[in-house]
Design a protein around this ligand. Structure first.
Ligand code: MG
Length: 373
């Protein structure tokens, strides 16, 4: 079976966030995503490209992602007959740049094939579990009280661990306060590359006192040799996120022994297939893994959940309830957390959730439709 895409609709979607998400290098208050709708005859597939707004997380933005889709990837997909999603994913890797645009259109192709075959993406990628442990992530706040109140509010929903964003000047204080208030909860930190070894080696080593699950991305994305040095001298496991943006960078991390854990994000690595390949490779070499998020809206989150049951993902995912970050979502049902801090992926359709067209229309701020020439 092969599929030929004959119609594509791009939508820029904007949904207000329930609270601004602040990390070490910037803040976002609205979630922007580009939803990609592919038609092959009667069969439809949806994908979501979900870069963070602004350029503080990565050089890719909603604007560059839209341009890449409109100018390059949509015309390209009209020129092809696609035999299977893996073949298409490998072709996309030849494009190289713009991982978020690639992840969005690749997700739509997986969705299209799963719909046509009457199966799930989970079956197609061979991920066994449909119950995915979930962790809470909290940003940086103006005060310790605000931080503690937000953790208390969301912990009631049952999340299996708490991830606190840190940066120079916002580290020992918040962690001391969190341990004082919440005791021995499973706790980790994410620095989003905000420290350097020359200035902060002692401080980073002193984080051992908090008995953390891991320190995520303490140093710059390309500072892998320094990261290896840090890994050798701290007891807390070191996790890479921004550093692990491709199979090539993962190989370098493995070669240098730079980290013992990898956070794999479908969007950042350019799609589900790359994420699965990187996860397989991490497993082979004894690197522990988990599935992170940007965070994304429901379509990309639901598709990532299809992958999150791979056996190598041993730590809780960053995929949270839809209502954690967004005032609304574009899927039905929305994602919720069950007792025990688990996301029970519904066993319905290609991705477990339906794309909810009324919400998609409501939050769309820009649309463009394309037809096969
Ligand atoms: Mg991170």
């Amino acid at each position: 079976m092969s599929l030929t895409v004959d119609r594509v609709i791009l939508r820029l979607v904007r949904i207000p966030m329930r609270e601004p998400f602040r990390i070490s290098n910037g803040v976002v208050a609205e979630k922007e995503s580009i939803v990609i709708e592919l038609h092959a005859g009667e069969t439809i597939g949806f994908g979501e490209a979900s870069p963070m707004s602004g350029t503080f997380y990565s050089s890719e933005t909603p604007a560059t992602t839209w341009d890449t889709l409109e100018r390059d990837l949509v015309p390209d997909i009209f020129s092809r007959s696609i035999a299977n999603p893996v073949e298409y994913a490998e072709l996309l890797n030849g494009y190289g740049r713009e991982p978020f645009a690639r992840a969005g259109i690749e997700g739509a192709v997986w969705h299209l094939f799963a719909n046509r075959l009457g199966t799930t993406i989970r079956e197609l990628v061979g991920a066994p579990a449909a119950r995915v442990p979930s962790g809470l992530a909290v940003g940086i706040y103006d005060s310790l009280d605000e931080l503690l109140e937000h953790i208390a509010l969301y912990l009631k929903e049952g999340y299996q661990r708490v991830k606190v964003k840190i940066m120079p000047g916002w580290d020992i204080g918040p962690l001391t306060a969190v341990r004082d208030r919440f005791g021995d909860i499973p706790l980790m930190v994410d620095a989003n590359a905000s420290y350097n070894l020359a200035d902060h080696a002692d401080l980073l080593r002193s984080l051992d006192q908090f008995n953390l699950m891991m320190i995520e991305q303490p140093l710059a994305a390309d500072a892998l040799e320094e990261l290896a040095e840090l890994s050798r001298t701290v007891k807390t496991p070191v996790c890479v996120d921004e550093s692990a943006d491709s199979m090539e960078s993962l190989e370098k991390i493995i070669r240098l022994n730079a980290a013992s854990i990898v956070n794999i994000k479908v969007q950042r690595v350019g799609g589900l297939w790359n994420a699965k390949r990187m996860q397989d490779r991490a497993c082979e070499t004894g690197l522990a893994g988990w599935l992170g998020t940007m965070p994304e809206l429901g379509i990309a989150s639901a598709q990532a959940l299809q992958l999150a049951g791979l056996t190598g993902f041993i730590y809780p995912t960053d995929i949270e309830a839809s209502s954690r970050w967004f005032v609304d979502d574009i899927i039905d049902p929305t994602i919720t957390i069950s007792d025990g801090g688990v996301i029970e992926v519904p066993n319905a359709g290609a991705i477990g959730y339906n794309v909810y067209l009324p919400a998609l229309e409501q939050y769309t701020v820009q649309t463009k439709e394309f037809h096969r020439p």
